[in-house]
Write a protein of this length. Structure first.
Length: 231
């Protein structure tokens, strides 16, 4: 498709700048809504710390994707969403599923939802994503050549995978810089692998995530002034 490295870097920088500017706003919003982790026997923070940093990261990622779509639509950029050939995935549906997940997480940050309610919201968001065609449909065969196809099992496996991964990230968000740092390292190497193999959309999304996580880490290194939170 011919998307250049400069194109990727610009989107990553945009995600960085928007996230960087939005984190202080998210911090003030969290304090106003009392979405705060207070020190306790189960917490490592020694002072009350806001926990809606994920909202700022979501804003940075969304800004980069909006610019990408606008560039494809108005300026004819080579890309994935207007002029792309992959019509098996409903990208608007995927975005709706992701927005659902962010909103459920933000509500949990503010209201400390019951685990069953939060879990149901996560399943709903993941189901919307799977129904939109973004599926874990196969894996490389560890015992031989080719791939193992999951068929209709792709739908429940995708939902299970997404929900598990959400909660893995949530569980490691207790130490300053840990969750965002792991996400940044993973997205950096995923970008290198995807770019080297010509997987351009994966490379684009990886560098956008990298930009958002690096910006958030500026505020999340010890002593953290804000946590990522469930959002």
């Amino acid at each position: 498709m011919g998307v250049t490295l400069r194109h990727f870097v610009v989107l990553g920088l945009l995600a960085f700048v928007v996230t960087y500017l939005c984190v202080p706003l998210a911090r003030r919003l969290a304090l106003r809504l009392d979405a705060v982790d207070y020190p306790s026997a189960r917490r490592v923070n020694k002072k009350p710390t806001p926990r809606m940093g994920g909202v700022a990261m979501a804003a940075g990622i969304a800004a980069a994707l909006i610019v990408e779509v606008a560039g494809e639509y108005f300026f004819g950029w080579a890309g994935f969403y207007i002029h792309g050939t992959d019509r098996a995935i409903n990208h608007a549906g995927v975005m709706c599923g992701l927005l659902t997940i962010v909103c459920v997480g933000a509500m949990d940050d503010v209201y400390s939802l019951k685990p069953s309610v939060k879990f149901a919201g996560q399943i709903l968001g993941a189901t919307i994503i799977a129904a939109s065609g973004l599926l874990l449909s196969s894996i490389a065969n560890p015992l031989g050549a080719g791939f193992i196809q999951f068929g209709w099992w792709s739908y429940p496996l995708t939902v299970l995978y997404l929900v598990c991964f959400m909660n893995v990230i949530n569980l490691i968000d207790g130490l300053d810089g840990l969750a965002a740092g792991i996400a940044a390292i993973a997205s950096f190497f995923l970008f290198l692998i995807a770019f080297g193999r010509g997987l351009e959309e994966t490379a684009m999304l990886s560098i956008i995530l990298l930009g958002a996580t690096l910006a958030f880490l500026r505020y999340n290194f010890a002593p953290a002034s804000i946590f990522m939170g469930d959002s």
